[in-house]
Design a binder for this molecule. Structure first.
Ligand code: SAM
Length: 289
C-alpha cells in the first residue's frame, strides 16, 4: 500500500530529488544492517504476539530486511519514506522475503506520519519497535520523537542507528578520496544539489534525553568492511556528498580520477573501513505514553 500517488504536498521543494536518482544503486552498494544489530532489535519484541515495526526513512528497506531475517515472527511492517523511488525499491526487495508478514509502504515525511484509521472490524496496530537508520539527521528530530510518542505501543522501543560514512571515516585512503571530491566540489561537505550538509545541531542522545524517550542505552557494533575501487565508486554515486548530479558534466572525469587513485591505494588488495554501527535504544521511563 502506498499513498498518496504524488509526493506529499508539504515536501520542501527539491527534497524529493535528493535520494530519488540513487535508489537502485543504493540497494546495490550500501552496506546493510549488521546481523548482531538486527538481533538486538529483534530481542526487544521477540516475546510479543504479532510484533509490529515502524521504520522511518526506510530507503530501500535495509532495516526491515535485516529484521525479517532475525525475527521470522515479525507480523507487520510500516515503512515510511518521502521518496517514492526508494519505496518502489523497498517493495521489490522486501516482497520476496516477507513470508506471512504484512508490509505497508507509506510515502510521507516522518515527522508528520500518522497511521491510517483501521477499517471496520480491523484491529488498530501500534508499533512495538520504531526504527530510524541513517536517516534521523535528515529529519526534524524533536518532531519525529513527539510523533513516535503519540503513536507507539505503551512498551515500545525506539532505535536510532547509523554508522557514519566514507566521508567521515578517517583513513589515508578516505582522506585522499575526500581531497579529490573537494577539488571538484569545493571544501564544504555537500548534501545533494541543495547545498551543504546540515550538521546535526545537537547529539541525538541529547534530543532523546529531552524527549519522552529519555531512557537510552548505546550499543556499538564494530564492523570491518572491505571495499574495492568499484564498490567505492558505486557507493559514492548513492551519497548526497558525491552523487553524480553534483559533478554534472564533470562526473565521468571525476570517476576516472577516483578509480585511478583507489586502484593505486588498494594496490591489488581491498580498502578497509573499520566502522562502528551504533544503535541507540530508547524507551519511555515506566513505559509511559
Ligand atoms: C541515507 S537513507 C537511509 C535508508 C535506510 N534507512 C538505510 O539505513 O539504508 C535516508 C532515507 O531517509 C529518507 N528521508 C529523509 N528525510 C526524511 C523525512 N523527513 N521523512 C521521510 N523520509 C525521509 C530519504 O528519502 C532516504 O530514503
Amino acid at each position: 500500500m502506498t499513498y498518496p500517488d504524488e509526493p506529499f504536498p508539504s515536501l520542501p521543494a527539491g527534497k524529493e530529488e535528493l535520494f530519488a536518482a540513487a535508489a537502485a544503486e543504493y540497494d546495490r552498494y550500501r552496506p546493510g544492517v549488521p546481523a548482531e544489530a538486527a538481533e538486538l532489535l529483534a530481542d526487544t519484541v521477540r516475546d510479543l504476539p504479532d510484533p509490529t515495526l515502524l521504520d522511518l526513512g526506510t530507503g530501500t528497506g535495509q532495516v526491515p530486511r535485516a529484521l525479517l531475517k532475525a525475527l521470522p515472527s515479525l507480523a507487520y511492517i510500516e515503512a515510511v519514506d518521502w521518496s517514492r523511488p526508494m519505496l518502489d525499491q523497498a517493495r521489490a526487495a522486501l516482497t520476496p522475503v516477507l513470508g506471512d508478514c504484512t508490509l505497508s509502504l507509506i510515502q510521507t515525511s516522518a515527522d508528520i506520519y500518522a497511521p491510517l484509521a483501521p477499517l471496520p472490524g480491523e484491529e488498530r496496530r501500534t508499533p512495538d519497535l520504531i526504527t530510524c537508520c541513517r536517516a534521523y539527521h535528515w529529519m526534524s528530530g524533536p518532531d519525529v520523537l513527539a510523533m513516535a510518542h503519540r503513536i507507539a505501543a505503551p512498551q515500545a522501543t525506539l532505535a536510532i542507528m547509523g554508522d557514519g560514512s566514507l566521508w567521515t571515516y578517517e583513513a589515508d585512503w578516505t582522506q585522499a578520496l575526500r581531497d579529490l571530491i573537494q577539488r571538484y566540489l569545493g571544501p564544504g561537505r555537500r548534501a545533494g544539489v541543495l547545498g551543504d550538509y546540515p550538521k546535526p545541531v545537537r547529539p541525538f542522545q541529547e534530543e532523546l534525553a529531552d524527549s519522552a524517550w529519555s531512557d537510552v542505552a548505546e550499543h556499538p557494533f564494530p564492523i570491518t568492511r572491505s571495499w574495492t575501487p568499484e564498490t567505492v565508486l558505486g557507493y559514492l554515486r548513492t551519497t548526497s556528498f558525491a552523487g553524480a548530479e553534483l559533478f554534472a558534466e564533470r562526473h565521468a572525469a571525476f570517476e576516472e580520477e577516483a578509480r585511478a587513485l583507489l586502484d593505486e591505494l588498494a594496490d591489488g588488495g581491498s580498502l578497509l573501513e573499520e566502522a562502528v554501527f551504533t544503535v541507540l535504544l530508547a524507551r519511555r521511563p515506566g513505559g509511559a505514553r
